[in-house]
Ligand binder design. Structure first.
Ligand SMILES: Nc1nc2c(ncn2[C@@H]2O[C@H](COP(=O)(O)OP(=O)(O)O)[C@@H](O)[C@H]2O)c(=O)[nH]1
Ligand SMILES: [Mg+2]
Length: 412
């Protein structure tokens, strides 16, 4: 159990008599107000401002049975504590200046990380590199804004043309940096949210058999009857450290069956929205592919290789029945997952919230470049700064804090 707030020290005294030395793990008997022993626990006294939340806080490492937790929680409540809201410790850490909003969000991502790739990304974001990047941009904007405001205050002093040119050049450099950052193929967001790979193709080619083989369990019904799979079935996999949802879909064909037709419609829409389409065909058909949407990358797989036939160059031949080629398919899929999420170089954007604000900043920069008057340019610069400040949490974030921290679990 974790306690944070100015009364933490007094709570600790009430619970265990003698307060431990700061930051020293100490064994204590915890007692309620009537003196009844509740637990023997390792206790930590973590005075602010050097604590996680920045406030005085304490940690109780309990024997976490229901009775112990209930007893200690009750004793704490009697001493004046109340249960924390989801993410409240991190929210307080943010409000007390221990971390910026991007780092606070990284804590949430770290807590929710399912794969090694997500863990790495969250830790990288927690390092504050993104915040530094944005604060660096904001600093440059502030300087430009100061320059513009000086012009407004002293309108009689004609601006030397080279100053104007330097300002426009600096604006376009910043604009390019933002543009590059935004144009990252959504790698960070994809890794954070997980990828979607849709398995499509004609009926009866072995799509469901392949999905089952990759998942290592029977997700979908396999049958020799074409049109067996009608709904889109999902299964979660980890491929090369990236979370991937594999979607098995109905075979693509014209059909008079209304339910199957709906399945085919869903198959097409899932394929169009996927990060990758795995197009399966029967190797004896000779060729296949384009089971997806032209805007989505496609990986062609020739199944039923055990029945003979050859796959063209660059197409993987596999057999869901014998398992031949499945290891290579797994590696190929992991490589694709990596390619879609891997971010060598500067840390990528990880959230739609950041993307929206940075887009707004980029638009304001374009506006500032086109502005005819110092007043108008200053206003655009101010709005760009504001948009950047919202990402790191420096300005105007009161209204979004609830949404951000509601997704945390209690105790973080
Ligand atoms: N010989 C052979 N048969 C397969 C293979 N994969 C699937 N099948 C069979 O092909 C039929 C259709 O398979 P299914 O997975 O339901 O295909 P879907 O309609 O594309 O989902 C079933 O009878 C499977 O047993 C394979 O690699 N080799
Ligand atoms: Mg099927």
């Amino acid at each position: 159990m974790r306690v944070s707030g100015p009364a933490s020290g007094a709570l600790l005294d009430g619970l265990c008599g003698i307060r431990p030395e700061p930051r020293r793990a100490s064994l204590r008997r915890l007692r309620d107000a009537g003196g009844e022993e509740l637990d023997r626990a390792m206790v930590l006294w973590l005075p602010g401002p050097g604590s996680y939340s920045g406030e005085d806080s304490a940690e109780l490492h309990l024997h976490a049975s229901r009775a112990v937790i209930a007893g200690v929680a009750d004793a704490l409540a009697r001493l004046g504590a109340r249960p924390a809201e989801p993410g409240e410790f991190t929210r307080r850490a943010f409000l007390n200046g221990r971390m910026d909003l991007i780092e606070a969000e990284a804590v949430g991502d770290l807590v929710a990380a399912e794969t090694a790739g997500q863990r790495r990304q969250a830790l990288r974001q927690l390092d504050g590199a993104l915040g530094e990047l944005y604060r660096g941009w904001a600093e440059r904007l502030r300087l430009m804004l100061a320059e513009q405001e000086a012009l407004i205050d002293f309108p009689d002093e004609a601006l030397p043309p080279e100053t104007e040119a330097a300002m426009l050049a600096e604006l376009s450099v910043l604009q390019a940096a933002l543009g590059q950052h935004l144009d990252d193929g959504r790698r960070g967001e994809r890794l954070r949210e997980g990828l979607v790979f849709a398995v499509t193709g004609p009926p009866n080619v072995g799509k469901s058999s392949l999905v089952n083989a990759l998942a290592g369990r029977d997700v979908a019904i396999v049958s020799e009857l074409p049109g067996t799979t009608r709904d889109a079935l999902e299964t979660r996999l980890e491929l090369g450290g990236v979370p991937v949802t594999l979607v098995d879909t109905a075979g693509l064909r014209e059909t008079g069956d209304a339910i199957e037709a709906e399945g085919v419609r869903r198959a097409r829409s899932r394929a169009a929205a996927a990060d990758l389409v795995v197009s399966v065909y029967d190797i004896r058909a000779g060729t296949g592919g384009m089971g997806g949407h032209e805007s989505v990358p496609e990986l062609c797989v020739a199944n039923k290789a055990d029945l003979g036939g050859v796959a063209p160059e660059g197409v993987l031949a596999v057999s869901a029945t014998t398992g031949a080629g499945l290891d290579r398919l797994r590696v190929r899929l992991a490589l694709e997952a990596h390619g879609l999420t891997d971010a060598a170089g500067p840390p990528p954007l990880t959230r739609a919230r950041h993307r929206a604000a940075l887009r707004e900043a980029a638009e304001r920069l374009a506006g500032a470049r086109a502005a005819a008057w110092p007043e108008l340019r200053a206003e655009d610069l101010r709005l760009a700064l504001r948009a950047l400040g919202r990402v790191t949490g420096q300005v105007g974030v009161e209204d979004i804090l609830d949404t951000i921290f509601a997704r945390f679990c209690i105790g973080k």
